[in-house]
Write a protein that binds this ligand. Structure first.
Ligand code: PLP
Length: 454
């Protein structure tokens, strides 16, 4: 197609037109899209082409933990670009070595080696490949209500509707139920019951799938996109013990939860559990340059000490990505962002959301920690009927989402849930401002609750 631009067309208008003509977007029916053109971003805010500002309560795709355009991270990328833009993985370079040190030192236990990837999905692909090679087994167990990425094995590990169209039943993945008290698969009434029953269910699944056929259990330390279900105390320890008993590798997917999001460097470390492999992406460098990776235990690393690991990427440990990771991790450390995220969760976000749950009948459940929270909207608090069907939207949720945008927020809305996932360094004032908007949006949602008189 020829470029039909005119002299009078503005830069944002041209961006929009060319997007519609040439850009193919993720997970979408292309003709339905009307993407907002963003022209500027700073800290917790972005601006559209008309100069309207939006509070970014989504951190984009829950990746921008140090906020937009953090000057130290931007400068690190600029300086690295001036020195050495790209380098093949077989060489050593200061920023890659330093990024690996910083990540492994923050990882739990003996996860002392880092294999760098381009993002979260390929990190999970490689973690699974390592587990398969080390165990000589093929099958992978993952939970329903999970997301592990868009590539073939990762999307098949995923326990949400994005798997359905990609699932030919040939990737060796088997799904089981994780703990989730509000919608318990085990009819539990307490977190203790949920924990015990979910662990028994996993053990039974392993027994009937054949323990000697299973290479790995892959779990998000806190399932994120699927609804921020913080596991009950003892669950991850229980999974660790079961995996050890059956010689199954435990893979913790920390792509969303890592690097401050859950108020810790890694949520699984905070739970006192060391997996065999841990995958990360997003917050490692706040997504300023594509980067992910696998943190590898000594045992698995030593397996590949004398035999070649059959996998690699042209951009493994890309210098611009590594430089941005070094800068982002140092920013998080120097500016106390882990503690800030934890404090925001404990003292600001959590209390406000629980208060909203008491006054809004549409708010069925509130879950989370740090700057990773989900609000579960229901049309009937008694039956817990979701405000939108699983895997879909609804007029009520569309109205809530549109309302938040008109109030000046970029929200994260998924099915019947609003997620509160701002940057780790958002100010208290901006956090309250966003929560005020959500409070007002819930008043709208209350109108859709059965028995409401409007
Ligand atoms: N794992 C989890 C828990 C995620 O949340 C995501 C992305 O949202 C991924 C994996 C996939 O990461 P990426 O989109 O970088 O491939």
């Amino acid at each position: 197609m020829n470029d039909t631009s005119t002299a009078t067309e503005t830069v944002p208008a041209r961006a929009y037109r060319l997007d519609r003509e040439h850009v193919f977007h993720s997970w979408s029916a292309q003709d339905t899209l009307r993407p907002m053109v963003i022209t500027k971003a700073d800290g917790s805010y972005v601006w559209d082409a008309d100069g309207n500002s939006y509070l970014d309560f989504s951190s984009q795709l829950v990746n921008m933990n140090v906020g937009h355009q953090h000057p130290r991270v931007v400068r690190a990328i600029q300086e690295q670009a001036g020195k050495l833009c790209t380098l093949a993985p077989q060489y050593a370079v200061d920023v890659r070595s330093e990024a690996a040190r910083l990540i492994s030192e923050r990882s739990p236990g003996d996860l002392n080696r880092i294999f760098f990837t381009n993002g979260g999905a390929d990190a999970n692909e490689h973690a699974v490949r390592m587990a398969r090679l080390v165990t000589g087994r093929y099958k992978i167990l993952t939970t329903y209500r999970s997301y592990h990425g868009g590539t073939t094995t990762a999307v098949n590990m995923t326990g949400d509707p994005r798997r359905w169209a990609n699932d030919y039943g040939n990737t060796g993945t088997v799904h089981f139920w994780g703990p989730f008290l509000y919608r318990s698969a085990f009819h539990s009434e307490t977190e203790e019951q949920e924990c015990k029953r979910a662990l028994e269910h996993l053990e039974r699944t392993i027994a009937f799938e054949g323990p000697t056929t299973i290479a790995a259990v892959v779990l998000e330390s806190i399932p994120g996109t699927a609804g921020v279900m913080v596991p009950p105390a003892g669950y991850m320890q229980g999974v660790r013990e079961i995996c050890t008993t059956f010689g199954i590798k435990m893979i913790a997917d920390e792509v969303m939860t890592g690097f401050g999001r859950a108020g810790s460097w890694f949520a699984i470390g905070d739970m006192g559990v060391t997996p065999d492999l841990l995958t990360f992406a997003k917050g490692v460098n706040s997504g300023y340059v594509p980067l992910g990776g696998v943190a590898i235990s000594d045992e698995i690393a030593s397996y590949f000490g004398s035999r070649a690991y059959p996998g690699g990427l042209t951009y493994s440990g890309h210098p611009l990505a590594a430089a941005s990771a070094v800068a982002a991790i140092n920013v998080m450390e120097d500016e106390g962002l882990i503690d800030n995220a934890r404090r925001l969760g404990q003292e600001v976000i959590g209390p406000r959301l629980h208060e909203m749950a008491r006054s809004h009948p549409s708010l069925g459940d509130v879950r989370g920690k740090g700057v990773l929270w989900a609000l579960e909207l229901v049309s009937d608090p008694a039956t817990r009927a979701p405000m939108a069907p699983y895997g879909d939207s609804s007029p009520a949720m569309n109205e809530v989402s549109a309302f938040l945008k008109t109030k000046g927020m970029l929200p994260f809305v998924n099915f019947n849930r609003i997620h509160v996932v701002p940057p780790c360094n958002i100010s208290d004032a901006d956090t309250h401002k966003g929560l005020d908007m959500i409070d007002a949006a819930l008043a709208l949602a209350d109108n859709y609750v059965v028995g409401s008189d409007s």
